[in-house]
Design a protein around this ligand. Structure first.
Ligand SMILES: *[C@@H]1O[C@H](CO)[C@@H](O)[C@H](O)[C@H]1NC(C)=O
Ligand SMILES: *[C@@H]1O[C@H](CO)[C@@H](O)[C@H](O)[C@H]1NC(C)=O
Ligand SMILES: *[C@@H]1O[C@H](CO)[C@@H](O)[C@H](O)[C@H]1NC(C)=O
Ligand SMILES: *[C@@H]1O[C@H](CO)[C@@H](O)[C@H](O)[C@H]1NC(C)=O
Ligand SMILES: *[C@@H]1O[C@H](CO)[C@@H](O)[C@H](O)[C@H]1NC(C)=O
Ligand SMILES: *[C@@H]1O[C@H](CO)[C@@H](O)[C@H](O)[C@H]1NC(C)=O
Ligand SMILES: *[C@@H]1O[C@H](CO)[C@@H](O)[C@H](O)[C@H]1NC(C)=O
Length: 372
């Protein structure tokens, strides 16, 4: 235990024992500095509004769980490793409001190669996930994750949150290993899975084997100045029943070597959900290997029979320009809507595509300014 809080407590206790016995928790000052060098330090450290985290290894099978006081500043000062064990996770969880989380570029090593078998969360060994469960408002910056076992960041912010300068590097998962039967070892390694309002994710890098970003629900979400390499691109969905996504801006991102660049996927069977007011602006995508843009209401099938229980409205590639190149055997743009469920005005005058095949435009009459 390295918090200086304990010392202060005992001095205070000598000074006024009787008052303290009754009111101890209230008299504690939270302006102390808590230091974490092992899981046993956490309980004391989180009673301070400054929490410093030294390098340490989180024991296998346990969550490194920070439940912070309002307004806490966290400084990560060393590399965090996690003991390897097949279990459900999460590996790290942080809760709090108005938190300033400074990752300082320190590495968080999820031990991915220990778990990876090419099957992700569809089979094989149980992989702890998400690796980083973030439930704070405030800021989260400069966190460098390598080798997430499966899904990496889950963002469910209780108030406005800005996430910036994050690196998710699962590049080792691009190659087969002894357990993956020739498949890329990493799978379902989503960069950011989002269910929250008033969120900005910016200036971040994701090298992985699934969605760079997946928005499952939420309002007022901005994803800007990010770099996505190797995965499934920037996604809204998959959208299940009784969900609203409203107000998404995807701006100035670079997407390379990915299955898709921009995708909206709603479950074929979903009902009572909506996705509205989505703006793509000033992005560049190269080497899209399956689709450049895929908007589909038949998920999990890319181009199956679409459902119409999710209303998608006002999807714009405008203002600004989005340049996209697909490989010759990929489809530049495919839109697969159910009858009457893609509505509003969709101005695609800023979308410039090249390289791939022309895809279907099913049940869609709302797009203006773009022809494949
Ligand atoms: C958030 O915390 C900072 C100190 O870290 C403080 O200056 C600021 O007033 C707080 N803001 C809110 C909205 O509580
Ligand atoms: C977990 O296994 C991975 C892959 O073998 C390794 O890189 C990592 O160092 C291991 N973690 C620990 C804490 O031993
Ligand atoms: C429809 O979804 C909303 C959430 O977006 C929910 O509040 C409402 O109860 C749902 N309606 C039905 C009939 O399930
Ligand atoms: C669309 O969403 C953006 C981003 O959340 C927001 O700024 C804008 O006001 C929304 N527009 C409408 C018409 O709701
Ligand atoms: C295109 O992306 C695929 C998938 O990531 C990759 O295997 C291939 O090497 C890339 N091609 C080029 C020319 O970069
Ligand atoms: C239009 O959507 C309906 C379902 O709402 C679907 O059955 C039909 O196949 C779609 N049309 C096309 C051309 O895909
Ligand atoms: C679409 O946006 C362009 C500007 O890029 C504008 O000139 C055009 O009028 C818009 N189309 C519609 C139908 O609003």
């Amino acid at each position: 235990m390295r918090s200086n809080h304990t010392k202060r407590f005992s001095l205070l206790a000598i000074a006024s024992l009787s008052t303290l016995a009754k009111a101890a928790p209230q008299t504690r000052s939270s302006s102390c500095i808590g230091t974490i060098s092992s899981l046993s330090d956490v309980g004391t450290a989180v009673q301070c509004t400054t929490v410093n985290i030294d390098a340490f290894t989180v024991p296998a099978g346990q969550t490194f769980n920070l439940d912070l006081l309002e307004g806490t500043t966290v400084n990560v000062l060393g590399e965090i490793q996690f003991g390897n064990l097949s279990w459900a996770g999460p590996l790290f969880e942080v809760k709090g409001t108005n938190v300033t989380f400074n990752g300082n570029g320190q590495i968080w090593d999820g031990g991915g190669p220990f778990y990876w078998d090419g099957l992700g969360t569809n089979g094989g060994v149980t992989k702890p996930r998400p690796m980083m469960k973030i439930e704070i408002s405030g800021t989260l910056s400069d966190v460098h994750v390598v080798n997430a076992p499966a899904q990496c960041f889950s963002l469910t912010n209780p108030g406005p949150l800005v996430v910036s300068g994050i690196i998710v590097d699962d590049s080792q998962g691009n190659y087969p290993n002894a357990n993956s039967d020739g498949l890329p070892a990493g799978h379902n390694t989503d960069g950011f899975d989002v269910s929250g309002n008033d969120l900005v994710v910016e200036k971040s890098v994701v090298i992985n084997q699934d969605d760079c970003l997946a928005i499952n629900r939420g309002r007022n979400i901005v994803f800007q100045d990010n770099y996505c390499n190797g995965g499934h691109g920037i996604s809204i969905g998959s959208i299940t029943s009784n969900v609203v996504v409203e107000g998404v801006v995807v701006r100035s991102n670079t997407v390379v070597n990915s299955q898709q660049a921009f995708r909206i996927k709603t479950d074929e069977v979903a009902t009572n959900s909506s996705v509205s007011n989505v703006t793509y602006t000033d992005n560049v995508a190269t080497n899209c290997t399956s689709y450049g843009v895929l908007i589909t209401q038949s998920y999990p099938a890319s181009l199956g029979t679409p459902g119409n229980g999710v209303i998608i409205s006002d999807v714009d590639f405008y203002p600004g320009s989005t340049f996209l190149t697909a490989t010759s055997n990929a489809v530049m743009v495919a839109v697969n809507c159910g009858e009457g469920s893609c509505i509003g005005t969709w101005n695609w005058s800023g979308l410039m595509t090249s390289g791939g095949m022309v895809g279907p435009m099913n049940n869609i009459t709302v797009i203006t300014g773009y022809t494949q």
